[in-house]
Unconditional design. Structure first.
Length: 86
């Protein structure tokens, strides 16, 4: 199974994580939900690095996986904004 090294930086706390891609995906999904009220920019790009910051999330996937993530964001992330503040 492919391995992916990520650098996570949350409010000044920085650590390096080396794990299976499946674990990284589930962590990203959890972090998206945890940070949804603090995040105003989400970017996807080609590469192998995932940076999670209080106001910025950069996620790296293949084009198919990126589309799945965009759907996830539209359904859960923005809908959460509508339900919380609507």
């Amino acid at each position: 199974m492919a391995r992916l090294e990520t650098k996570v930086d949350l409010i000044g706390l920085q650590s390096n994580i080396k794990t299976d891609m499946v674990d990284v995906r589930s962590k990203i999904a959890k972090d998206l939900l945890d940070l949804r009220c603090d995040t105003d920019v989400i970017q996807t790009r080609i590469g192998t690095e995932v940076d999670i910051l209080p106001r910025r999330i950069e996620v790296t996937y293949t084009s198919y996986e990126r589309r799945l993530l965009e759907v996830f964001i539209l359904v859960f992330f923005y809908r959460g904004y509508i339900l919380d503040y609507g």
